[in-house]
Design a protein around this ligand. Structure first.
Ligand code: PEP
Length: 246
């Protein structure tokens, strides 16, 4: 069985006092290193001061595919690993749509993250126009395939895939559990094809307006192994409830 995860994506939110408040009020049960938070990069070290008491692991929202050098504003994977980051999101739809990240960038970043010991959480998902044009599976499967070009895995926990329909992110519109499962099942088949030894065990998360009220139904689907959550991860009460369901 793939491991279940609950990952909070704080995006460009939370002040220092919000962070202290969040970790002091978090109530997690049965934490098996599967509750993760990704704050702004400038706050990773602050989160790492508070998170160990709760067992939450901390990661980044983005990384560079380069080692080091003249890349102003970029964040090196090795530096993230050195300060104690555990994972990095890659290819979030906001990175793709606002900053022009391509499938090739996602692939290069994923390779670099793995080589530095970070777990890439690779985000994929279709826009509303693509869904309306019946292109969902084509778009999502090609994003997954392109993200994984020339990536060999030694075990199933080296990568996580997050399916996040763009039309469901931050909109309050969640995919129905059936809509999400239809896509997850096809991603699962592709992963088994690409990685016969590990594909059945790679965790597949759903993201897009996940909240305590809808998480149980989503998690009841065979190929949904947790959530990538924006808005509902900002408050300790709702993130605690999401983790409990997970
Ligand atoms: C996200 O940022 O990845 C996300 C899914 O956001 P929200 O939960 O707010 O829709």
């Amino acid at each position: 069985m793939p491991k279940n995860y609950m990952i909070g994506n704080w995006k460009m939110n939370q002040s220092l006092s919000d962070i202290q408040n969040f970790f002091s009020q978090l109530k997690l049960e049965n934490n098996q290193n599967n509750f993760w938070i990704t704050p702004q990069s400038v706050h990773i070290s602050e989160c790492l001061k508070h998170a160990p008491a709760t067992g939450v692991l901390i990661g980044a929202q983005n990384c560079s595919h380069e080692d080091f050098g003249a890349f102003t504003g970029e964040i090196a994977c090795r530096s993230l690993a050195e300060i104690g980051a555990h994972f990095t999101l890659i290819g979030h739809s906001e990175r793709r749509s606002l900053y022009g990240e391509t499938d090739q960038d996602v692939n290069q970043k994923a390779k670099k993250a793995i080589s530095e010991g970070l777990i890439p959480v690779i985000c994929v998902g279709e826009t509303l126009a693509q869904r309306d044009n019946s292109q969902t599976l084509d778009v999502v499967l090609s994003q997954v395939k392109n993200a994984l070009v020339n990536i060999q895995l030694h075990n199933e926990s080296e990568i996580i895939i997050a399916y996040e329909p763009v039309w469901a992110i931050g909109t309050g519109k969640t995919a129905t559990p059936q809509q999400a499962e239809e896509v997850h099942a096809q991603i699962r088949n592709l992963l088994i094809e690409l990685y016969p030894d590990h594909g059945a065990e790679i965790s597949l998360l759903y993201g897009g307006s996940v909240k305590p009220a809808n998480i149980k139904e989503l998690l009841s689907m065979q190929n949904i192994n947790g959530g990538l959550v924006g808005g509902a991860s900002l408050k300790p009460e709702s993130f605690s409830d999401l983790c409990k369901a997970c």
